[in-house]
Write a protein that binds this ligand. Structure first.
Ligand code: ZN
Length: 502
């Protein structure tokens, strides 16, 4: 009965495996590859990408997909088969709506624009980058028109990273929390109980950092028999199947916060990848639901767990034993306060929990306005600086530390930024549901017991892979549509306590 579905799955499994090989090449490039191999590696990756694309958009895929859809026409709409075909159909339609010449024009311009951006950023030369950005926006608008959308041109782009999410949803959630965040940041800046984070900036021998971070990742439940941790300049997590998940971190011998929280963050990503149900491997359902859902897992372990008072009470004695010179005379409460320092900064990647979302909102607003033409590229730096001043109370002295800081726009990754903030919002909503269902969760965290928490995430999020689009997955897991309410409540309660706010 389902002969075509089986043949389709066989074809997709091959494509998926090639994609995993491509991931492996990317991981190697950022960890161990010698610099001189960059050009050859570029060729390897491009050859694989072409092969994967050609196999996927081939007429045989289309024929098997249509035939399998017909075979499963009367099946349970919630069955894996029907959901899998919906995911394949979505990807197939997106991939084939773009004309080949537009795709190659975009990838050509990406390479050029990236180099122009690197130079412009080094030399603080926004004017030198502006024509490249204009062209990228133009190509992006053409791409969005080919992909199609109903309400807002941004919908077509956001959909690539966050299926079923719309510009209006994101705008509404951000509008709900922006005034409260701006006020919280101002209140914290005026607090009479400032946080002293100097204990994190002492001598922390790298070997001891390596040992303790591996230990903490294992304690969360990361399976080192199906993964490992290496070093990379910009930490990330990569998966070549649920049985081979690679974490990376970065060690700074004079700052503990870097490796510690990069590890907890990437471990959250890694636990998700390891937890996708085995029978989805290597099917089209065997990957994450979206970037936002992925980020919700990293943020949950890094922040909701890792920056909680309970977790600090658990981890601090271990850290104290690993770094007696740096932490010998400190307390877990001092450590808790230090890892929760809030300080408006110009740079997104250095931002704390409270200010991070505002960095994203700024970028989201600006990219929407650039796309629709409401904001001209030449006015971008001035607008950027004015809004930094309004939201954070600080403004960059140069475009290098302002509008030129992120690589995303130069590479045409427009519609990507909101997924970082969505990850935070989703993590807050999941945590709210977890606390309601597991009233002793704090005591478990304090005792270093994470098995029940991981089991909840496995059962409600991880195992489904991409069977459900994000909105449906979140509703199933929490009983509510996505809302920014719980994340905002979490932030205001926690930081009112730390900073002694009325
Ligand atoms: Zn992440």
């Amino acid at each position: 009965m389902t002969e075509n579905l089986e043949r389709l799955n066989g074809r997709l499994a091959q494509i998926k495996r090639l994609g995993e090989v491509s991931e492996l090449l990317g991981w190697d490039q950022q960890t161990y590859m010698p610099e001189g191999a960059a050009a050859a590696r570029g060729e390897h990756s491009a050859a694989l990408s072409r092969l994967i694309h050609d196999m996927f958009v081939d007429g045989e895929t289309a024929r098997l997909l249509s035939a399998a859809e017909a075979e499963t026409a009367g099946a349970d709409p919630d069955s894996d088969d029907v959901r899998l075909l919906a995911a394949v159909r979505r990807d197939y339609d997106r991939e084939t709506r773009l004309p080949a010449d537009l795709v190659s024009e975009i990838s050509r311009h990406q390479a050029i624009s990236h180099n122009v951006w690197v130079r412009a950023r080094q030399e603080n030369d926004f004017a030198g980058f502006a024509p490249s950005l204009e062209k990228m926006l133009d190509l992006t608008r053409r791409r969005a028109e080919c992909l199609g959308y109903e309400a807002h041109i941004y919908d077509a782009l956001l959909d690539a990273y966050e299926p079923s999410m719309r510009q209006a949803d994101v705008a509404r959630m951000f509008a709900d929390i922006k005034p409260a965040l701006v006020k919280l940041i101002a209140d914290i800046a005026a607090s009479v109980r400032p946080v002293d984070a100097s204990l994190l900036h002492r001598g922390y021998p790298v070997e001891a950092q390596r040992k303790v971070t591996l230990d903490l990742a294992a304690r969360f439940g990361f399976d080192f028999n199906r993964g490992r941790q290496d070093e990379a300049a910009h930490p990330f997590c990569s998966s070549f199947s649920r049985d081979d998940v690679r974490l990376t971190t970065r060690f700074d011998p004079a700052y503990l916060g870097q490796a510690l929280y990069a590890t907890l963050h990437e471990t959250g990503h890694g636990l998700y990848e390891q937890g996708i149900t085995a029978q989805y491997d290597p099917t089209w359902l065997g990957s994450a639901a979206s970037l936002g859902v992925h980020e919700s897992q990293s943020r949950l372990w890094e922040n909701l767990v890792g920056r909680s008072r309970a977790y600090c009470e658990y981890a601090f004695p271990k850290l104290q034993a690993a770094f007696p010179d740096a932490l010998g005379g400190e307390t877990s409460e001092a450590f808790y306060r230090a890892v929760n320092l809030v300080r408006p900064s110009l740079v997104r990647v250095e931002a704390d929990e409270v200010t991070y979302n505002l960095h994203i909102m700024l970028r989201f607003e600006l990219e929407c306005e650039l796309l629709t033409g409401a904001l001209a590229v030449r006015d971008l730096p001035e607008t950027w600086n004015a809004r930094m001043q309004a939201y954070f109370g600080i403004a960059p002295a140069s475009d290098t530390e302002g509008v030129l800081q992120d690589v995303h726009w130069a590479e045409g990754l427009i519609g990507y930024f909101p997924t970082y903030a969505l990850g935070n919002l989703i993590s807050g909503q999941l945590w709210h549901a977890i606390r309601a269902q597991m009233p002793d969760i704090e005591a478990s965290v304090r005792a270093g017991e994470f098995a029940a928490l991981l089991e909840w995430l496995r059962a409600n999020v991880h195992r489904y892979g991409r069977k459900y689009p994000p909105a449906e997955l979140i509703y199933k897991a929490t009983g509510e549509p996505l809302t920014s309410r719980y994340y905002l409540e979490y932030l205001t309660t926690k930081y009112a306590d730390i900073y002694g706010l009325g």
